[in-house]
Design a binder for this molecule. Structure first.
Ligand SMILES: Cc1cc2nc3c(=O)[nH]c(=O)nc-3n(C[C@H](O)[C@H](O)[C@H](O)COP(=O)(O)O)c2cc1C
Length: 389
């Protein structure tokens, strides 16, 4: 990037030009929220969903999931069954070559569906992977059959109260505000589906995890195919986000202006000598350096059902963090199964699973700025026809 472009970029990124242009720019900025992409957060539980299965699914689609791929499909079968499937066009072949993380996302989805059903007085009888599993990828076979059964004995889950305010909050933490041990304990005690959950808020350990997480982010950025996988999922500005409400959303008037000028585009971000690349890396490393604690989850084996259990527990931990007012930001890089990450992957496993097992998730925690909701495809767009419907 020429020095002129660099100056222009800095000025725009700082909002200088947009603000300097006065009222019309302010009006422009105020219209840049991708409202359509955020509608599913408002529609969750809406009276229009008069089938309890749809009502529960309208919350399930708000689940956290890797790169916001939303890999789920659902088919209503008969009066009380949902067939939950996996959309294999949403795979992440470079950063998630065995669909492990995507399966965890499916587990998060299932947990929110079960919690929402319980609010409505329904128990959900789950049959996971009724047609079997494959270790290398999630096939087109069903992930789960879920039968909704009215049950007066079913207990609502207190964590459900936080579903609409749960976030993956990617900002910097307040380094003057430690996370109390009680806050961490509130997260580690909510697992119910077979994961061992641990964490630390001890400054010396936190410093080691900050370094490891930053190194892993650098490896992902510096490996062209894994970096490109993220860049390909950039949705820059309102129009792109509304058109494809998934992936890595980059909203905001300043970015839209930079995009229009060709200064912040997918192509520019791929050029590792560009200012866009440099800024992108800095924007993830900066927050990681402020992390005030870490939380992780480990399973004894790495079977598909264990990955689903890990997902169910993970969203519970995220909801518990929300209940405590603690920012929660998953950082999966060091857990990813690609050759360039092998050394860091091994280091995490030596630290957290020395006796064997799979470290499924890692997140940084602290107190940070409130994050907004992320885009979702509407539930209706995820409905597919089941064999009998
Ligand atoms: C299995 C899994 C892995 C994730 N890994 C990362 C990650 O490495 N970095 C990150 O910023 N967010 C990560 N996330 C969070 C997702 O980006 C986030 O859930 C998604 O964008 C939707 O946003 P929300 O959780 O705020 O609703 C992960 C989530 C899951 C379930």
């Amino acid at each position: 990037m020429s020095s002129l472009n660099r100056r222009k970029f800095l000025m725009l990124a700082g909002g200088g030009v947009v603000v300097a242009a006065g009222t019309s720019a302010g009006v422009f900025a105020a219209t840049r929220t991708p409202a359509r992409a955020l509608e599913p957060w408002k529609r969750a539980g809406a009276p229009a969903y008069d089938d309890p299965r749809l009502r529960a699914l309208s919350y399930a689609i708000l689940a956290p999931n890797p790169h916001n791929r939303q890999p789920w499909t659902v088919a209503l079968e008969g009066e009380d069954m949902i067939r939950i499937g996996f959309d294999d066009t949403r795979q992440l072949p470079h950063t998630d070559p065995f669909d492990r993380q995507l399966t965890i996302g499916m587990g998060c989805f299932i947990e929110l569906m079960v919690q929402a059903a319980a609010q409505d007085g329904h128990r959900v009888d789950l049959d996971l992977f009724p047609a079997g599993t494959a270790p290398d990828s999630l096939t087109g076979a069903p992930v789960a059959m879920a039968r909704f059964v009215p049950d007066a004995a079913v207990e609502p889950d207190p964590l459900f109260a936080h579903v609409l305010t749960r976030r993956s909050a990617k900002g910097s933490h307040d380094t003057d505000r430690p996370v109390p041990q009680a806050g961490l304990d509130a997260m580690t005690r909510v697992a119910r589906h077979g994961t061992r959950v641990g964490g630390t808020v001890a400054p010396q350990e936190v410093a080691q995890w900050r370094e490891l997480a930053a190194n892993a982010l650098r490896v992902e950025f510096e490996t062209p195919r894994t970096y490109k996988e993220s860049v390909d999922l950039f949705r820059i500005g309102k129009r792109e986000i509304n058109a494809n409400p998934d992936g890595i959303e980059l909203p905001g008037a300043s970015l839209e202006v930079l995009n229009g000028l060709g200064l912040f585009t997918r192509e520019a971000a791929l050029d590792t000598s560009s200012f866009a690349y440099e800024q992108g890396l800095a924007s993830v490393l900066g927050p990681v350096a402020t992390s005030m604690g870490f939380v992780w989850s480990v399973t004894g084996d790495n079977s598909r059902p264990s990955q689903i259990g890990a997902g169910r527990d993970w969203v519970r931990i995220n909801l518990a963090a929300t209940a405590e007012g603690i920012s929660f930001h998953p950082l999966s890089q060091a857990l990813q199964e690609f050759a360039e990450m092998e050394t860091l992957h091994a280091e995490v496993h030596e630290r957290l699973a020395p006796g064997g097992g799979t470290v499924q998730m890692l997140a940084r925690i602290g107190y940070g700025p409130a994050a907004g909701p992320t885009p979702r495809w509407p539930l209706e767009s995820r409905l597919v026809k089941g064999p009998q419907s």
